[in-house]
Design a protein around this ligand. Structure first.
Ligand code: SAM
Length: 247
């Protein structure tokens, strides 16, 4: 996948792509990231990229001309890429959206700053507006890193085994069950005996129930849309009747 990041602060991406999964994906040719400094596309002497908002008000707005020039330059090489604007006004990123984006040829991601960008950039170039949650960041750089990380791990071949993403929270509409590794006991807390039993059927049943319990306690609204078996539904009923303390 080709990823083009359009930013006023290219230095903020240093490190993020030279470690761990994102680096491995790039090393194996599964991810090709290019970072573009929007300021390089400002044509005036002082390379100005922001200006006062029409109508007054506090803060500055990112100007349309440098962004338009930057997007058009990038799109020459990547005509099939989807143009994404990071913005709190966008649709909230979720696992389903990350899965969809992992199928795209490429992503061109605009990192906003200040009070945001001139609306005409959105009108002329943007295919999707994406928010990473109901809060306001200083700029789109961290939002785009979150987006690229979530999408990259869903590109086939990026994770060691495709199953690692399949079992993750949200992949089946539920939060993931608790995980343990050695030692079997730490400071009086023992690993649930079923996980040491070697009985795969019982382990799967325990994990499913823990997944349902955790979802019920933390994100009950997810249960409404999750695909539940008759056994799941009866366990959820039990959880509801005893406030999450069912066996
Ligand atoms: N005035 C804007 C508003 O209220 O919608 C907020 C601008 S914010 C200070 C500057 C930039 O940070 C935005 O243009 C966007 O690129 C990015 N940003 C902030 N919060 C975000 C979020 N929750 N998701 C994605 N991007 C965000």
């Amino acid at each position: 996948m080709n990823v083009d990041l359009l930013t006023l602060f290219p230095g903020m991406f240093q490190g993020a792509f030279s470690e761990s999964i994102l680096k491995h994906a790039a090393d194996r040719g599964l991810l090709d990231v290019r970072i573009h400094n929007i300021r390089d596309f400002a044509s005036d002497k002082h390379r100005v990229t922001d200006d006062y908002p029409y109508g007054g008000g506090v803060g500055m707005v990112m100007k349309v001309e440098p962004l338009a020039a930057c997007i058009e330059y990038v799109r020459k090489d990547r005509p099939a890429s989807t143009v994404i604007l990071t913005t709190p006004r966008g649709k909230t990123l979720n696992q389903g959206m990350a899965r969809e984006l992992a199928q795209e040829d490429g992503l061109i991601i605009i990192c906003g700053r200040y009070e945001g960008i001139d609306e005409r950039v959105r009108d002329l170039f943007v295919d999707r507006e994406i928010s990473i949650g109901d809060f306001v960041l200083t700029g789109g750089e961290f939002a785009s890193l979150v987006l690229v990380d979530a999408v990259t791990r869903l590109i086939p071949g990026v994770l060691g085994s495709d199953e690692s993403a399949e079992d993750d929270s949200f992949s089946n509409g539920l939060l993931e069950y608790p995980q343990y590794t050695r030692p079997p006991e730490f400071r009086g807390l023992a690993v649930p005996p079923v996980l040491l039993s070697g009985n795969n059927r019982e382990i799967a049943r325990w994990r499913r129930r823990e997944s349902l319990r955790r979802t019920f306690l933390v994100r009950p609204e997810l249960l409404e849309a999750a695909c539940l078996t008759a056994e799941d539904a009866s366990y959820v009923k039990e959880l509801r009747s005893c406030g999450g303390n069912a066996d």
